[in-house]
Ligand binder design. Structure first.
Ligand code: ADP
Ligand code: MG
Length: 551
C-alpha cells in the first residue's frame, strides 16, 4: 500500500470536510503543508499578519456556512492568531486554526518556537487538540469541524507538530472519518411555539430583534415571511442587518433607542442581551419587559433577563414552525397603533436631526455628508465592512443592508482592526460581489499591510478611510509645544499613498463635492482602491457638538 504523509492527509481531510479556504502565513513547520493544501484544491491566501489571517478565516466561515481555516507557524504565529479565535468565539462564528508546532520528540527541551499551544488555545475554543499520530488526522479534522459547526458555532484548534506533518503512514492504516453533514436543524417545543404567538398577541408594544444568529442560520426567508404575516415592528442587530431589509417599512432601526426602551415585549431572535443590547435592563429597556427568546444554545436562555417563552432550536427551523403555527391564527399586529405612531415619529425626528450635517458641504467634511454620497453609490448587493468607533456606528445607521450576511463589523468583542482581514475574506469567498470597507483611520492602521495582500491577489476591495486624525478624533492643528494627546494620529496622513505604492489605486478627497466622482472611479477600477477622506477632527454624532452648526 502507498504511503501518505501528514501534510497530504491533512490537506485531503480538510478538503473533504468542506474547508475550502486557508488564510495564513507560512514558515516552520507548515510551509510544505500549505503547498499540499493547494494541491488538494484548497484556496490558500497568504497574508501579512496572523491576526488578520485569523480574522479572515472566521469571516469566511460566517459567509460560507462552513468553518474555514487559518494556518500559522508555531509559537508566536499561533499566539498572534488567538486574536481571531477570541473574536470568533465572541461572535459565535466557526473557524479552524491549524497551528504548526515544534516536534513532539523535542517537547520540554526548549525547541524552536516551542509553546503550550493547545492549553493556551483552549479557553478561546470549543475544541482544542494536538494531533499525535499521522493515521488519525481525518478523525481529528472531523471532530474539529463538527465541534465548530454544530450547536452554537465557534472556533476550534488543531496542533500540527513538525514530525506529524512530515511523518508517514500506509494508506490502509488511515482511520477515515465521514464528511460532517450540515448541522441538524433542531426544532423548538411546539407548546413554546404556541406560547410565543400568544404572548405576541397579548403585547401592546411588541418588538422583534433579529440578531446575527439568524443570519448565520440562513433564516432570512422564514423571517421575512414571519414579519410579513405578523406585521410586527422589527430591529436588526448590528450584524443582523439585512436579514430583514433595513429599508423595510416595518423596520424601526431609525428609532432604535425608543423601540428598545419602550417595548413591553421583545422577541429576541438569535441575539444576546449583552452590552450591544444594553443587557435588556433599565434604563435602556422597560423594567417590566417581557422576553421571548429564540436561541440554539439552551444556556443562553434567561441570560440577564428571565425569558417568558424559550424557543430553543435552530433559527431557520423554529421560525418555520412559527410560520406554520400562524396558519391557524387570524392575528396580525394592526397597522395603526399608538406604538407604531411613537416609533414613526421618533424615526422621523432622528432623520431630520442629521439632515443639516448631510447637507453641509464644508471642508473638511463630516461623517454624515460623506455617508450621503457613499449610500447613493453603494450597490445593493455590496458586502459592507465597517469599523472604527464613529465610522462604524454612524455607518450602521446610514448604510442600509438589504441582504443577509452582507454586513461585517467589530462585532460582539468590539475588535478594531478586523476590517481588512474581513474584506479579504469577503472578496475571496464572494468574487462576484462588490466589497466595500468603510473604516476610521485608527481601525485601518491595525492591519494596514493587508493592502499588499489585496494587490497581490487583485482583490477589488473598495476601501474608504474616514480620517479624523485620531482614535475617536484627533487634535489639529496642535498648539506650539503641545504634548501629543494619546489618541492623536497624523492628521491628513496619506493612507491612499500606501496603496498606490503597493500597486493599487488611491484617492485623496478633501472637498466632499469630489467624493462621488472618486467613488465612481474606484468602482470602475479593476483592483483594490482606497479613498482617503480627511474629516473635521471634531466631527461626531450629535448635531449640537458641531462648531459649524452653532457658529
Ligand atoms: P447579535 O450581536 O446580532 O445581537 P449575538 O452574537 O449576540 O447576536 O447572538 C447570536 C446568538 O445566536 C447566539 O446566542 C447564538 O447562540 C445564536 N445562534 C447561533 N446559531 C444559531 C442558530 N442556528 N439558530 C438560532 N440561534 C443561533
Ligand atoms: Mg479616527
Amino acid at each position: 500500500m502507498a504511503a501518505v504523509n501528514g501534510a497530504q492527509l491533512m490537506a485531503r481531510s480538510l478538503k473533504e470536510q468542506g474547508v475550502d479556504y486557508l488564510f495564513g502565513i507560512v514558515g516552520f513547520p507548515v510551509q510544505g503543508f500549505a503547498a499540499e493544501a493547494q494541491r488538494a484544491g484548497i484556496t490558500y491566501v497568504g497574508m501579512r499578519n496572523e491576526q488578520a489571517a485569523s480574522y479572515a478565516a472566521h469571516a469566511a466561515g460566517y459567509l460560507t456556512g462552513r468553518p474555514q481555516g487559518c494556518l500559522t507557524v508555531s509559537g508566536p504565529g499561533v499566539i498572534h492568531a488567538f486574536a481571531g479565535l477570541a473574536n470568533a468565539k465572541q461572535n459565535c462564528w466557526p473557524m479552524i486554526l491549524i497551528g504548526g508546532a515544534s516536534p513532539v520528540y523535542q517537547n520540554g527541551m526548549g525547541g524552536f518556537q516551542e509553546e503550550r499551544q493547545v492549553e493556551l488555545a483552549a479557553p478561546y475554543c470549543k475544541y482544542a487538540h494536538a494531533i499525535e499520530h499521522v493515521h488519525r488526522i481525518p478523525y481529528y479534522v472531523n471532530q474539529a469541524v463538527r465541534h465548530s459547526l454544530y450547536g452554537r458555532p465557534g472556533p476550534v484548534y488543531l496542533d500540527f507538530p513538525d514530525d506529524i506533518i512530515r511523518g508517514e503512514c500506509d494508506e490502509d492504516e488511515v482511520i477515515e472519518a465521514a464528511a460532517v453533514p450540515e448541522p441538524p436543524r433542531t426544532q423548538a417545543d411546539p407548546d413554546a411555539v404556541e406560547a410565543a404567538l400568544s404572548a405576541l398577541e397579548s403585547a401592546e408594544r411588541p418588538l422583534v430583534v433579529v440578531g446575527k444568529g439568524m443570519a448565520w442560520s440562513r433564516a432570512e426567508d422564514e423571517i421575512r415571511e414571519f414579519i410579513e404575516r405578523t406585521q410586527l415592528p422589527f430591529l436588526n442587530s448590528p450584524m443582523g442587518k439585512g436579514t430583514m431589509p433595513d429599508d423595510d417599512p416595518l423596520s424601526v432601526g431609525a428609532a432604535r433607542s425608543t423601540a428598545l426602551r419602550e417595548a413591553d415585549l421583545v422577541f429576541l431572535m438569535g441575539a444576546r442581551l449583552n452590552w450591544i443590547m444594553h443587557y435588556g435592563l433599565p434604563p435602556r429597556f422597560n423594567k417590566d419587559v417581557r422576553i421571548i427568546q429564540l436561541d440554539i444554545e439552551p444556556e443562553e436562555i434567561g441570560a440577564n433577563v428571565p425569558a417568558e417563552v424559550a424557543l430553543v432550536g435552530d433559527g431557520k427551523a423554529v421560525v418555520g414552525q412559527l410560520n406554520r403555527a400562524l396558519d391557524n391564527r387570524q392575528w396580525f399586529y394592526p397597522s395603526e397603533t399608538p406604538w407604531r405612531a411613537v416609533l414613526q415619529e421618533k424615526a422621523q425626528a432622528n432623520m431630520e436631526a442629521v439632515q443639516p450635517m448631510m447637507d453641509d458641504d464644508s471642508v473638511p467634511t463630516n461623517y454624515y455628508r460623506a455617508f450621503k454620497d457613499i449610500v447613493d453609490w453603494l450597490p445593493h448587493d455590496a458586502i459592507i465592512i465597517g469599523e472604527g468607533a464613529n465610522t462604524m456606528d454612524i455607518g450602521r445607521t446610514q448604510m442600509p443592508n438589504r441582504l443577509a450576511r452582507h454586513r461585517l463589523d467589530a462585532g460582539t468583542y468590539g475588535t478594531m482592526g478586523v476590517g481588512l482581514g474581513f474584506a479579504v475574506a469577503a472578496a475571496v469567498t464572494n468574487p462576484d460581489k462588490p466589497i466595500v470597507s468603510v473604516q476610521g483611520d485608527s481601525a485601518f492602521g491595525f492591519t494596514g499591510m493587508e493592502l499588499e495582500t489585496m494587490v497581490r491577489y487583485n482583490l477589488p476591495v473598495k476601501m474608504i478611510v474616514l480620517n479624523n486624525g485620531g482614535i475617536g478624533g484627533g487634535v489639529h492643528p496642535l498648539k506650539e509645544g503641545q504634548t501629543l494627546p494619546p489618541g492623536n494620529l497624523t492628521y491628513g496622513a496619506r493612507y491612499e499613498g500606501m496603496l498606490e505604492a503597493l500597486g493599487g489605486k488611491g484617492f485623496y478627497v478633501e472637498d466632499p463635492k469630489d467624493l462621488r466622482a472618486a467613488l465612481d472611479e474606484a468602482m470602475a477600477y479593476n483592483g483594490p482602491t482606497l479613498i482617503n477622506v480627511p474629516l473635521n477632527p471634531r466631527a461626531g454624532r450629535k448635531p449640537q457638538q458641531f462648531g459649524w452648526l452653532t457658529t
